[in-house]
Every structure is written in C-alpha cells, then in structure tokens.
Design a protein around this ligand. Structure first.
Ligand code: SAM
Ligand code: DTB
Ligand code: SF4
Length: 331
C-alpha cells in the first residue's frame, strides 16, 4: 500500500498538493481490484478512505457553463460539439456580472467551489482575459475557483494561477488505447501536455474520466492507472457516468451495469488514496441508494446544483435531504 503523507482528515479548503505518490500501479493490479467480490472491494476502499478522509464529509462544487456549444472538437459523448445535431444551442461567453451572480447563489446554497466550463478546444488569449476576471471575482467571494477551458498554450496556466485559480479540470477521459475511438480531433498526449502545464504552474489538478462509453473493463483499469501514475496524482478525480445525449454518436450506447460504476469509484479511491474522488455526471439517473454505495466506495465530492453544463443534475433540495438522511456534512 502507498505510504500516506497527509493527516487523517484533510479539509476541502486545504489542497493536498504536498502529497506525493511513490507507488506506481499496473493495469493488472487495478484489474485485480475490479475482479474482487464487490463486498470485499468496498470494504477495502472504505478502509483506505478512512485512513485519509473524514468518511462523513463530502465536498460540493457548483458548475456553470460560461461558454456553451459550438465546439470544434468531435468528442463522441458531448452535447457541445458543433459536429453533432444536439439540442444544445451555441451561446457567447457569459458576461461577468451573470457569472458572479451565479457564484454568489451557489455560495449561498453551500457550495465550496465554483467551476466554470467553456466549450473550447482551448482559450484564445482575449477570451482568457475575460475568464481571468471571472476567476478574480469568484475568488473574491471567498470560494475556491475551478475552470475547464480545454487545452492550454504556453503561459496561459501561469496567468490563471496569478488570477487566483485553485483547480484546473482537464480529464484524461478514457484509456489512451481507447481514446481514438471516442475523440479524433485531439490526442491523449495533448491532454497530458495541458496537465503538465497546469501542474508546473502550481495549480491543483482535477482530472478524471467518463465510463460507459463502450470501453472494456481493462480500459477502465488503464484509465485509473494513467491518472494514478501521473507525476503526482490529481488532487481531484471526477468519475463521470456517460449521460447519453441525443444526436451524439454515443446516444444509444448500452448502459453500463451500475455496480461497474461503483467498482470504478472504489478502484479510483484505492489507487489514489489522498485524492478527492468526485461522483460526477450521471447522478440524475441514479437512485439515492446507488449514490450512497458510491460514497461507501470512497467518493467524497460531487457536483451540487440543478445543472451540470448542459444537462440536469439532482436539485439541491434532493441532495440536502440525502445528506441529512445519511448524516453527511458538506465541506
Ligand atoms: N472543453 C473542455 C474539455 O473538453 O476539457 C471543457 C468542457 S468538457 C464538457 C468537460 C468534461 O465534461 C469532459 O472532459 C467530459 O469528461 C465531461 N462530459 C462531457 N459530456 C459528458 C457526457 N455526456 N457525459 C458525461 N460526461 C461528460
Ligand atoms: C467533469 O468531469 N464533469 C463535469 C465537469 N468536469 C466540467 C461536466 C459534466 C458534463 C455532463 C454533460 C453536460 O451537462 O453537458
Ligand atoms: Fe468540446 Fe470539451 Fe465537448 Fe470535447 S468535451 S466537444 S472539447 S466541449
């Protein structure tokens, strides 16, 4: 097992970027986790979880799509690609005051982090300048800041850091060997390059993936390995269950067994013991009981708010009730 370098409980407000990972995982080792009986796997994941985190605390981030639709990329799952005929309308970059108002509302409802997403291959410098203002203003509200803007060019990560950015979300999304079957307009190596830039700029890394896209269990295990074996594991690891979007190539993909999703959460928890593992897209289609199984398997973060980027998320009342029923506190 990996040696721990953090205190038993790590508050959400404290990035755990000082954590180092000496442990390198192999695909065979993570596959072996997937193949454990589910009860044994959850037991092990919960044990790892309790070594590093308060098991009754869940971090909540609210998402806002600040630039929706019209994206040049061909990601087969995405409602925002200009290449597919989906219900998502193309919109311009949102004005600063509307973004700040949304962040204030999210803070009032109890979100600790505000994550702004843009449907870009990557930001142009003049667009980045406007996002920098958003980061500064949201930070000034006392919230943690996160953006997901696509691939970064030299110097852009440093500007985001100077503006006060806490986290940059950039998912590896799927195993390197499966990537080309889902996305052809950029590569897995392009994603790694941006993650390096974010890391080098001193911004916390948020990187995870999507499951249920037709990948094999081995592909899922390989994705976990590629995340865990980054020079430093991401501080935050979103695990998205595919939200099927009519009009995209993956619209009619067969649904994954929900227990396979739970296994993926558990494998991520065990392979990345000190990372915040986020139960991300797909909660709207999950029962309260399935979400609870994900928390038991080591998920300790989620998106909170009625919308993700272009699709629905459980409304905050349902989430508040679930937290109360479980005796879970938000951090
Ligand atoms: N354009 C930027 C990028 O690709 O990094 C930022 C926005 S993009 C929508 C952020 C992430 O949302 C993707 O990397 C993917 O993991 C997730 N995502 C997008 N559509 C999804 C869907 N239909 N189901 C689950 N996750 C999805
Ligand atoms: C992440 O891993 N999931 C979020 C966030 N990072 C940006 C996005 C989920 C999008 C789900 C589909 C949609 O709403 O468009
Ligand atoms: Fe564009 Fe990001 Fe959607 Fe890919 S996932 S099409 S890069 S918005």
């Amino acid at each position: 097992m990996q040696a721990s370098s953090v205190a038993a409980v790590s508050p959400a407000s404290q990035p755990i970027s000082q954590t180092t990972s000496a442990r390198r995982w192999t695909v065979e080792e993570v596959l072996a986790l997937y193949e454990m009986p589910l009860m044994d796997l959850i037991w092990r994941a919960q044990g790892v979880h309790r070594e590093h985190f308060d098991p009754n605390a869940i971090q909540r981030s609210t998402l806002l799509s600040v630039k929706t639709g019209g994206c040049s990329e061909d990601c087969s799952y995405c409602s925002q690609s200009a290449r597919y005929d989906t219900d998502t309308e193309r919109e311009r970059l949102m004005p600063l005051d509307e973004v700040v108002a949304a962040a204030q509302a999210a803070k009032a409802k109890g979100a600790s982090r505000f994550c702004m997403g843009a449907a870009w291959k990557g930001p142009k410098d003049n667009d980045l300048d406007r996002v920098l203002d958003m980061v500064r203003e949201v930070k000034a509200l006392g919230m943690q800041t996160c953006v997901t803007l696509g691939m970064l060019k030299d110097g852009q990560a440093e500007k985001l850091k100077e503006a006060g950015l806490d986290y940059y979300n950039h998912n590896l999304d799927t195993d390197k060997d499966f990537y080309g079957q889902v996305i052809k307009t950029h590569t897995h190596d392009d994603r790694l390059d941006t993650l390096d830039q974010v890391r080098d700029a001193g911004i916390n890394v948020c990187s995870g993936g999507i499951i249920g896209m037709g990948e094999s269990r081995k592909n899922r295990a390989a994705l976990i390995v590629q995340l865990a074996n980054l020079p430093k594991p991401p501080e935050s690891v979103p695990i998205n269950n595919l939200v099927p979007i009519p009009g995209t190539p993956l619209a009619d993909n067969p649904r994954l067994d929900p227990f396979e999703f739970v296994r993926t959460i558990a494998a991520a928890r065990i392979a990345m013991p000190t990372s915040w593992v986020r139960l991300s897209a797909g909660r709207q289609a999950m029962s309260d009981e399935l979400q609870t199984l994900c928390f038991l398997a080591g998920a300790n973060s989620m998106f909170y708010g009625d919308r993700l980027l272009t699709t629905d998320n459980p409304d905050v009342d349902r989430d508040d009730q679930l937290f109360a029923r479980l005796g879970v506190k938000a951090v």
